[in-house]
Design a protein around this ligand. Sequence first.
Ligand SMILES: CC(=O)SCCNC(=O)CCNC(=O)[C@H](O)C(C)(C)COP(=O)(O)OP(=O)(O)OC[C@H]1O[C@@H](n2cnc3c(N)ncnc32)[C@H](O)[C@@H]1OP(=O)(O)O
Length: 503
Amino acid sequence: MNHRPENTPVIVGVGEITHRTKDLEQGIEPIDLMAGALREAERDAGAALLAQLDSLDMVLVRSWPYPDPCGLIERRLGVKPARNVYGPSGGESPVRHIHEAALRIARGESRVAAVTGGESRYTVEAASKAGVTLPWSEREPLQPTPVAAAFLHEVAVAHGMFLPIYLYPLYENASHAAWGQTPREAMAESALLWSRYSEVAATNPYAWLKKTYSPAQIGEATAHNRMIAWPYTKHMVANPLVNMGAAVLMTGLGVARELGIPEERLIYVWGGAQANEPRDILGRDQYARSHAQDLVMETILAQAGGDASAFSMLELYSCFPVVPKMARRTLGLAADARMTSTGGLSFFGAPLNNYMTHAAAGLVRALREDRGKLALLYGQGEFVTKHHALVLASKPPAPDALQEDYSVQSAADARRAPVPPVVAEHAGPATIETFTVIYERDGRPNRAVVVGRTPAGARLMARVDATETATLAQLTSLERSPIGSRGEVSKGPDGLLRWKASA
Ligand SMILES: CC(=O)SCCNC(=O)CCNC(=O)[C@H](O)C(C)(C)COP(=O)(O)OP(=O)(O)OC[C@H]1O[C@@H](n2cnc3c(N)ncnc32)[C@H](O)[C@@H]1OP(=O)(O)O
């Protein structure tokens, strides 16, 4: 894309707020966390930018859904941007908002743009448990059914498989078997990786949990670190119970200079790539990798010159270990590479869709201290579904680096094998394609859910009841992955298929 040099997009200011309190009266609602983060970003830029704001992207708020969030923040800040856009949902969405804002600035359509998000789920949950009504702005009622139920296959919904904590383990178990790891080796890799994420969180002033956890504290199931869904413990899953807001302010190089923002504080948006998996988890060709993630990583690597060591800092999205474990293999990074500058969604905290705005803010601050360097910002959304990566740098890109068309969707789709048909009925033998075991709060298994393949190649979903101890023991063996092993499928009394390991 050829743009005028003065329209080269730059990030000029970032702001973050982490508000950790158990006192409900002190709780801050998401809109005020965002307003505070935007004011902080303006202070960081050192120029009166908010009065000139012409574009505002707000990351979708889950903890307190407002009927008119953009209008509300405009009134809070006394601004009236010509363009304001709210959502849509997705852990990758802040990366997309920053990328799209950069393109609008490059095209000359925007002078000053903001991306912001905020969540107060810690206070909202605490208030709900205490039966307290928070005296905050008007909110929408809770959605009666999970949003994902609308686009997931009815078989998955019937098995209760519509939450991230149950669906990411399907990728974890399939991918580590494909890498030839035993479950014990895979869990050790996750625990070590997460321990390193926690080390970074421990030094991030905005992190929720500022403490280094050892691999054993993360990987071993205990009363304080219960099993959530095999093989993930509570410390291996994102922690959404946080109160956090973040904002990023962007302009063109010409505006930044006009406003006197020092050159050494400007961070450039070089370019990026995006692709998606089919939304329905059962509508995918396999679970051992994500073609969309692969293509995004390969493309971003090529943009950086073909070697991931060009990135002096990275943020590989980390709602569950399998996401950065897959990404680092595609990038060709060593197992001990530092894959976060923020601390990860388990330790820094997971303000639902907005982690990546915090990650961008942290990378901007770090790049200012490390002149001439590149950073990789990779966000992921839904259920290994949406992938978006961006290269940020403390030096200008080549003039044509930022491309209008950053989708690598068709290349990702070209790699897909045929997707097997899903059957709701089957009786007889089948093999395990992937699975998870879902646990009660006291650590006992509630049930397992197996994704299987019939001898004809069709895909099915089948349940293992908690009473099926032999099958559960096979599924949770640390020495041998059950992926590819045989079982018998029959129909249960509730109409859902049942799975039993073959003797
Ligand atoms: C694209 C994507 O990003 S997909 C990811 C989407 N996000 C998710 O799926 C979130 C997954 N995580 C969760 O839902 C929750 O963390 C759960 C259900 C696993 C645990 O939540 P709860 O049952 O409320 O936690 P529990 O009652 O065991 O413990 C409460 C305490 O642990 C904390 N806590 C809750 N979850 C976590 C966690 N994952 N890690 C660390 N601490 C946590 C709470 O803040 C609370 O702390 P406090 O005592 O200081 O107030």
